[in-house]
Design a protein around this ligand. Sequence first.
Ligand SMILES: [Zn+2]
Length: 382
Amino acid sequence: MPANKDRILNEFIKLVSFDSESYHERKIADYLIDELGRIGIEAQEDRAYEILSNEAVIEKNSYNAGNIFARTPATGSGKPLLFSAHMDTVKPGNGKRAIVQEDGRITSDGTTVLGADDIGGIVAILEMLRVYKEDSIPHPELEIIFPIAEEPYGQGSRVFDYTQIKARAAFVLDLSGSLGRAAIAAPTIISFTIQIRGKSAHAGFCPEDGIHAIAIASEAISRLKNGWVSEDTTLNIGTIQGGTQRNSVPDYVEITGEIRSLEHDKALDQEKHVKEIFDNVAKKYGGEAAFESTIQIKSYRTSKDSEAVKRFEAACLKIFSKEGELIETYGGSDHNHFAQHEIEGIVVASAMQDVHTTSEYTTIDDLYKVAELAIELGRSTV
Ligand SMILES: [Zn+2]
């Protein structure tokens, strides 16, 4: 395939150099709009940050950007396809630099993430678009979304306007691990906060006058099963804070946690279960448990007969000389939101390892292979 290794590496280094932590994607967004323009594709930017600030999800800042959207007309047969990779990184992501090691690995300097999550995906999509132009490779109509704020449960793609999207098949280049792998299922994620209110009293003089919030919390948690609650559902109590001093009956505890399930209804059942247990235990002690939750993303499962999977299988045979590996993931991505809009897609491994750590790395070969894969995924097949 005619992907250009030097160009891929140089672009990766360039994109890593932009600070683009979630909700601070302005610089990388400007670069991508310009770069798409140089390829001959006009890009648009939406006002996702306005919507998110109106929802009080974020405070507006001067580094905000919107989701970038671009469309390139068909030059060959096939139904429209959507390609996507997110612009933001997790923290610590400011001042990051791509360092090319002698063995071909690319790392940060050890003080930041590298940002291969998800710059590897962006680079592959740009290279695909360039190669299609340069080599006149026929392709169906292509729609490209570079969302903001994927890391905080895909906030950018959640508020994107899908009425403009024609593609019913999507490739989201945003999965860590071995190349040739793709996720066909991902969970519903429900986050929750529980505020337990008891009553304070002197712990030595009159403990009987108090309502012990920590006792409520611990009894409720001990009645729950943390970890796998069934074969496709997890529960995690993640943080707990409460009490003010050693010799007072604690009157307040705050707990945060998360439920994930590949079956949306099972996530809702588990949420109900957690709420009921805290309610019942709080009542038993004469206290109160206020439960607040948010469905951050909804689960999806993509059919193995879908166009995205079929194209992926064929592309893996060609590029990796082996069958693609289809997996279920317990991580979310922008595809969780795409899937709510009649888009059937997969999340494709895209040259990123040890993500969300300062040891994150990729390799020159993997970046090149993902670009080749993208070129194969998006071209006309007949
Ligand atoms: Zn990612």
